[in-house]
Write a protein that binds this ligand. Structure first.
Ligand code: SAM
Length: 277
């Protein structure tokens, strides 16, 4: 039996056709066939880079049968590249079935990294990103959406969702209803395209802004919801004493008394005191 070919999982641009790597172009040119979500979309990319590799459709509706056929071709020695309409395959796009089947059959899978809307949005959002949760698309129905959003009430790191033009306003309203008007969010619209807009602020302000300008509701969106503000260990009584003492004593001394009185960490009380000035 011939050696198996390789399945390359290739990221393509999320808008600007210039955002493709040299390695991706090389692979798309050299493989035997490219399996693409929509061959018409792929054709635009191929025309731009004069790629003539044959295209076949691989999408949500034919993923199961097509992956069986493609595995046979791989086992026969063909090499195949998998692409989606935009960004990285498998990130809310088809590809899981064939990658899983290749791994099970011992066929080599090689990722060719590149654009993905989630990472593109995060790197320009201005929110803390050392840790984040990616939730794909929020559910279409309000009840299910609010149930998911309620899980963010105390999450201290940011959460990222994909959203469509049809639901952006409804989702923002549900974020406000569930997490409050002041929760900081960022919406990243039409990334890498002509009308790219990245706007952050309290969700209440973002709703006002997007409602006032309907153009801002058009296109593709990434919504980043910042983590919940850290809850202070100081309750109303300890805060009140601290405020009183700060009027008469140096901050370190005031913080020491409050910490001793309420069994709190002096450093935390001191830092809270600084945030008041
Ligand atoms: N595989 C893609 C990726 O790696 O980002 C995601 C595909 S998913 C079907 C499409 C969604 O991704 C859009 O509805 C939108 O939420 C987000 N998206 C894709 N391109 C985008 C862009 N240029 N600007 C903002 N969001 C985008």
């Amino acid at each position: 039996m011939a050696d198996s070919g390789i399945l390359y999982v290739v990221a393509t641009p999320i808008g600007n056709l210039g955002d493709i790597t040299a390695r991706a172009l090389e692979v798309l040119t050299e493989v035997d066939v490219v399996a693409s979500e929509d061959t018409r979309v792929a054709r635009k990319l191929f025309n731009r880079y004069e790629i003539e590799t044959p295209l076949i459709a691989y999408h949500d509706h034919n993923e199961a049968e097509q992956s069986v056929k493609l595995i046979k071709r791989l086992q026969g020695g063909d090499s195949i590249a998998l692409i989606s309409d935009a960004g990285t395959p498998l990130i809310n796009d088809p590809g899981y079935v064939i990658v899983k089947n290749c791994q099970a059959a011992g066929i080599k899978v090689v990722p060719i990294p590149g654009a993905s809307a989630v990472i593109t949005a995060l790197c320009a959002a201005g929110v803390a990103t050392d840790q984040f949760y990616y939730g794909g698309f929020l559910p279409a129905k309000t009840k299910a959406r609010c149930d998911i959003l309620a899980g963010l009430l105390e999450r201290e790191y940011c959460s990222v969702y994909y959203e469509s033009t049809h639901r952006i306003l409804a989702s923002l309203n549900d974020i406000q209803a569930t997490l409050g008007t002041e929760r900081h969010i960022v919406i990243a619209r039409e990334l890498t395209k002509t009308f790219e807009t990245i706007k952050g602020g309290p969700v209440g302000d973002i709703i006002e802004w997007i409602t006032a300008d309907h153009h801002q509701q058009k296109g593709e969106f990434v919504v980043i919801i910042s983590g919940a503000p850290k809850v202070s260990a100081l309750d109303d009584k300890s805060k009140a004493l601290l405020v009183t003492l700060l009027a008469h004593l140096p901050p370190k001394v005031a913080a020491g008394i409050v910490a001793d009185t309420f069994g709190l960490k002096k450093k935390e009380v001191y830092q809270f005191g600084l945030s008041l000035s």
